[in-house]
Design a protein around this ligand. Structure first.
Ligand code: FDA
Length: 587
């Protein structure tokens, strides 16, 4: 029987990332996917700052940058009657507005980029394999059984079953894999989630949608307003789908994906070449363009999240626990971030550094996020309605209102223009929701409460990221110096180990970290940040962000979230730290 520490079912963003993180931490894992290769259509593409930070921690940010479309080309998002038709409004997206660019660059050493799933998955998987993961393609998960010591999965070799009974083993196409833990990263129709009976809330198939992937040189319609998204507001664009018709850039400016809705109460349309070409010509607004169709598919919009992600030794992640439309670009990002949350915990437990109870915090931390993003993405989808109303395209719009009437020199025309501006501004909650993208704060047994109240949000919590070192939050990014090098606080933490950050006067914390690390056998790397030390805060930004005095300390988890914070030096720092880490690790 094949044995492994962690069996990962699914090689999409969640499974691929889980394998990458585990392999990097030195954890033995096997990944299987029912298909012969990775995603064959572009699917998810917006790659947010947090995801790129994780790739930076893995040392492969350069690979993402090399394949992705850069931030500067992502943001002139247009609303139009067609690409060639009238432009109704524009919104700068993904932090490209000068004011928002300041927020985004201040918050992270990275910027978002556009990386289609077809290009991202091979980066995740190939790096995982280089680091020791064992990959099995054409292998279908069938069932699992778990006991006190592990999980046994039955899988089918689809290559053998496709080519008839193997000569050496006639009729034998199924076999078993024994693992200490199993990750169900098998997507929106997860069989693993179903087999372990995860309770789900919400509904599947709330709207119908289709994807049309095609090649066409559309430079003349987009070069003056480079963006990854062009929204088409035509009659019919509100039916089904993701709020409006969409022309999405896959590769600038000659590969595209159109998303167009259909009425879910009707049978799904058969999108043949003629229909697809007609939709492309219609949304582009030019039937002379040469369209080379690459693929079409019909899919449905879901509004569903798991209320629990773990049963025993089986953990689900990605679309298996959050199913929602692509609005806000949260699908693959959240899937990868789920994996990052679980991987370090599994690694510590498997190495004997933490009790299995640490794994309970995966549910406590990620289940609320699953719900949050499903609700957010679905709300964003419906908020297109206000734009359609402002253009007179909904039954509740004021009588006489049309797309043309917004040009009128009348009080009604002025009111309409106002309403349109407000409706477009509301889309910031989809396209510039920096708080949702970066502001996740955890509450769980893997975070030690320091007795302080959660810091209030002084701006909108969904639109704006609020840096804080409040335990459970991601450590704020600040630029520090290391000799002639400039490094982010996020470059100092991570790498699969705990980090302790203190300042001048906090040297006792350093000794404590070394002693506790040795005693528990868990790596804790301490840093004093200040003049005369390896890391200095020449800009003073860290002193402004850290929310503790020089002799306080922050204990940072391997996933860059604050585990513990002390606002000063206790009498016995080693004893304090020992208690904190023991509690956290369940020892
Ligand atoms: P994902 O579905 O990517 O991967 C599941 C993996 O499990 C696959 O490797 C599959 O082979 C494997 N698997 C499933 N069952 C198995 C079994 N029984 N045995 C073995 N392997 C099994 N998002 C977005 O932001 N923008 C977009 O435009 C789109 N568009 C889009 C189009 C289509 C057609 C789909 C299906 C999805 C999207 N998405 C999207 C959503 C996005 O792709 C999604 O959020 C992520 O892929 C989720 O990643 P996961 O790894 O969780 O699942």
């Amino acid at each position: 029987m094949i044995t492994t520490d962690v069996l990962i079912v699914g090689s999409g963003p969640a499974g691929g990332a889980a394998s990458l993180f585990l392999s990097t931490y030195g954890v033995d894992n096997v990944v299987l996917t029912r298909y012969g290769w990775t995603a064959n259509t572009p699917r998810a593409h917006i790659t947010n700052q947090r995801t790129i930070e994780l790739m930076r921690d893995m040392g492969i940010e350069d690979q993402v940058a090399a394949k992705g479309t850069e931030h500067a080309l992502m943001g002139e998002t247009a609303f139009c009657t067609s690409l060639a038709g009238e432009e109704i409004g524009r919104i700068r997206t993904w932090g490209t507005h000068p004011r928002r660019l300041a927020d985004y660059t201040e918050a992270s050493p990275t910027l978002p980029c556009d990386l289609p799933q077809t290009l991202f998955e091979p980066i995740l998987l190939s790096t995982a394999a280089e680091r020791g993961a064992r990959l099995r393609f054409n292998t279908e998960y069938l069932s699992l059984e778990q006991d006190e010591d592990g999980v046994t999965a039955t899988v089918r070799d689809r290559l053998r079953s496709a080519s008839g009974p193997d000569q050496a083993h006639p009729g034998d196409t199924t076999y078993q894999i024994r693992a200490k833990y199993l990750i169900g990263a098998d997507g929106g129709r997860s069989k693993v989630a179903q087999d372990i009976g995860l309770p789900m809330a919400g509904s599947m198939d709330v709207e119908g949608s289709m994807n049309i992937v095609f090649e066409a040189d559309l430079s003349r319609y987009v070069a003056h307003r480079p963006s990854v998204l062009y929204w088409v507001l035509q009659p019919g664009a509100q039916i089904g789908g993701i709020g409006a018709g969409l022309i999405r850039m896959v590769r600038p400016w000659n590969e595209w994906l159109i998303v167009w809705g259909y009425d879910i109460t009707q049978p799904a349309p058969v999108v043949d070449e003629a229909m697809a070409t007609e939709i492309v010509h219609n949304l582009v607004g030019d039937d002379t363009i040469d369209v080379k169709l690459k693929s079409t598919s019909v899919w449905s919009v879901n509004h569903m999240y798991a209320q629990k992600a773990t049963v025993g030794r089986v953990f689900c992640m990605g679309d298996a626990i959050h199913r929602h439309p692509p609005s806000n670009g949260l699908g693959s990002n959240t899937s990868i971030q789920d994996a990052y949350n679980l991987a370090w915990k599994l690694s510590l437990v498997l190495k004997g550094h933490a009790a299995p109870a640490l794994l309970d915090s995966y549910d406590e931390e990620r289940v609320p996020i699953a719900r949050q993003i499903v609700e957010r993405a679905n709300k964003s989808r419906t908020q297109f309605g206000q734009i359609f109303r402002a253009l007179g395209m909904t039954p509740d719009a004021p009588p006489g209102r049309t797309i043309e009437s917004r040009k009128d020199d009348t009080p009604e025309g002025a009111a309409q223009r106002d309403e349109l501006r407000t409706a477009i501004e509301l889309k910031d909650y989809e396209f510039n929701a920096h708080g949702v993208e970066l502001g996740q704060r955890y509450r769980s047994a893997a975070v030690v409460d320091d007795g302080t109240a959660e810091p209030a949000y002084d701006r909108d919590p969904e639109l704006y990221y609020h840096p804080t070192t409040w335990p459970g939050a991601r450590v704020p990014h600040c630029w520090l110096t290391r000799g002639s090098e400039t490094v982010s606080t996020l470059d100092v933490v991570g790498k699969g180990r705990f980090t302790l950050l203190t300042g001048i006067g906090g040297e006792a914390w350093v000794k404590a970290a070394q002693a506790v690390s040795e005693h528990l056998g868990v790596p804790v790397e301490p840093f004093v940040i200040g003049p005369g030390h390896e890391l200095d805060d020449l800009y003073g930004d860290w002193a402004r962000a850290r929310e503790i005095p020089d002799d306080g300390c922050l204990l940072i988890r391997p996933d860059a979230h604050v585990a513990y914070r002390s606002s000063g030096l206790p009498d016995d720092a080693a004893e304090t730290l020992q208690q904190v880490l023991s509690t956290l690790l369940g020892r």
